[in-house]
Design a protein around this ligand. Structure first.
Ligand code: AHR
Length: 496
């Protein structure tokens, strides 16, 4: 049994969460759009062709922001192909994923869908094969009331009201040689600065995200960040981070410690931003947009014909160990909520996602659905700057605590503890004096997600194999909460 003590005080806080840390991502890749959110022939689809069963699951995740339409896809995308009468929209090759895009779902369709499900689009513009002109035109199309060519085209296409898209990503992973139109840092930094300027001249209320590195292990990190911020600091509001983890080395204890790497990555990017703030003598603090993160094993790419329409691509199955990594990263994001204002679980449906579907059939939840929905629905409010004393273990990230946690005072008054126990076989005996933040007379409810094997996963046939269950109610001893975190588990303890 590992003894773990958390110290929490109302005097020590990180800050308020920005709800957009519970964002997600839908790219035109595989069956994310076609067969995922959009499938007009599906029995649950609405009049616009969007699947009702999938929309229901997205609502359960309470996702406030969805990045769209890429990803690598966007770097070859002409957004004008995806607007207007559907029978006139061209079929185009997508060089990023070697498929054919039918353009049946585009900017208007997606923005209106977001509106219906209570999310906002985080729109990415093409800075690979396209440039300033296309970027400013799509802002005009989406955000101006009318009276100009592009805004009138939107109205003529049946969208009287502007989509009013607030936040825009300036391209995608432009540091990566795999990117269509990949650029050197200076080349991209200048283009991003000028694109952002022009887009903001069209609509001064928008905010923009400049591409940071695609991963911190690339040789150009963090010089890339320094250069692009040097070019564009005054013109942008956020810098992006992307990171995927896998257990391809079959080293579970190191894998579940991956959030330690995410933490170091965030800290380094903050340092570069603050160095640049000082160098620029700028009053502005650059915020972070961790707009692609997840587990991605790169092992499930299915064989397919080139230029197929919406073939199954990636289609990862997520296990319990993956859920612990996702939960651990959510804790890391909460711990940095003063600087990480946007984060997107990549992605939302099929490909690498918490929701899976069958074309024409059902939809089910992956293991990673649960930590995300727990945090998204119960982790909005004030994050405490807690201290967690936990025994440690040694792995490829060095000494790592078995238990990591975050505590959030939600806007409705509930105090919620999120905790991962990374030990494969030891329960953790958790003690936390909550009297200063929740009083002495609280009641607590504890749910946990664990399974017999770290590799257990859900599937269409066994959709509930790994799902959270209720634990024995935690004890309250004069304001001190006592409970047991099962071995290898994700936990949520709600106190009120
Ligand atoms: O999310 C899948 C891909 O991962 C995205 O298209 C790209 O931006 C990243 O490399």
């Amino acid at each position: 049994m590992n003894k773990v003590k958390i110290t929490v005080s109302p005097a020590h806080t990180v800050g308020q969460t920005d709800e957009r840390i519970y964002g997600s991502f839908i790219e035109h890749i595989g069956r994310a759009v076609y067969g995922g959110i959009y499938e007009p022939e599906h029995p649950t689809s609405d009049e616009y062709g969007f699947r009702g069963d999938v929309a229901g699951l997205i609502k359960e995740l309470n996702v406030p922001l969805i990045r769209y339409p890429g990803g690598n896809f966007v770097s070859g995308y002409n957004w004008e192909d995806g607007i207007g009468p559907k029978d006139k929209r061209p079929r185009r090759v997508d060089l990023a994923w070697k498929t054919t895009d039918t353009n049946q779902c585009g900017t208007d369709d997606f923005s209106a869908y977001c509106d219906r499900i209570g999310a906002a689009p985080l729109m990415t513009v093409n800075l690979g094969t396209a440039g300033i002109n296309e970027a400013k035109n799509i802002v005009e199309y989406c955000n101006l009331l009318g009276g100009t060519d592009y805004s009138e085209r939107r109205r003529a296409n049946g969208f009287e009201k502007p989509h009013a898209i607030k936040t825009w990503c300036l391209g995608n992973e432009m540091d990566g040689v795999w990117q269509i139109g990949h650029k050197e840092a200076y080349e991209y930094g200048r283009l991003a600065a000028e694109a952002s300027k022009a887009m903001k001249w069209v609509d001064p209320s928008i905010k923009t995200v400049i591409c940071g590195s695609s991963a911190p292990d690339l040789p150009t990190f963090p010089k890339w960040e320094e250069t692009v911020l040097d070019c564009a600091y005054d013109h942008v509001d956020y810098i992006s981070l992307h990171r995927y983890y896998n257990n391809n080395n079959k080293d579970t204890l190191s894998f579940v410690a991956s959030p330690v790497d995410a933490e170091a990555y965030i800290n380094t990017v903050i340092s570069v931003c603050d160095y640049m703030k000082a160098r620029k003598r700028s009053p502005k603090t650059m915020m972070l947009s961790f707009d692609e993160w997840n587990v991605w094993k790169h092992t499930c790419d299915l064989p397919r014909e080139p230029w197929a329409v919406a073939p199954p691509i990636l289609e990862e199955y997520y296990s319990t160990e993956d859920a612990l990594v996702v939960g651990g990263i959510l804790i890391t994001l909460l711990r940095h909520c003063d600087r990480v204002k946007i984060a997107c679980l990549a992605q939302l449906v099929n490909v690498i996602a918490p929701i899976m579907t069958e074309n024409g059939g059902g939809a089910w939840k992956q293991t990673i659905f649960y930590p995300f929905s727990d945090a998204s629905n119960n982790g909005r409010g004030l994050v405490y700057d807690i201290r967690t004393e936990s025994p440690v273990y040694h792995c490829s990230y060095g000494e790592v605590p078995y238990v990591d946690a975050a505590i959030v005072k939600n806007e409705d008054g509930r105090t919620v503890i999120f905790a991962v126990n990374r030990s494969l076989d030891e329960e953790a005996d958790l003690e936390c004096n909550l009297s200063q933040v929740a009083g002495d007379a609280f009641l607590a409810v504890h749910t946990t997600l664990t399974s017999d094997s770290p590799y257990d996963h859900n599937s269409m046939n066994e959709p509930n194999k790994v799902a959270p269950h209720l634990c024995e109610a935690p004890k309250n001893e004069k304001g001190t909460l006592l409970c047991k975190l099962p071995p290898f588990s994700w936990n949520m303890i709600t106190v009120q």
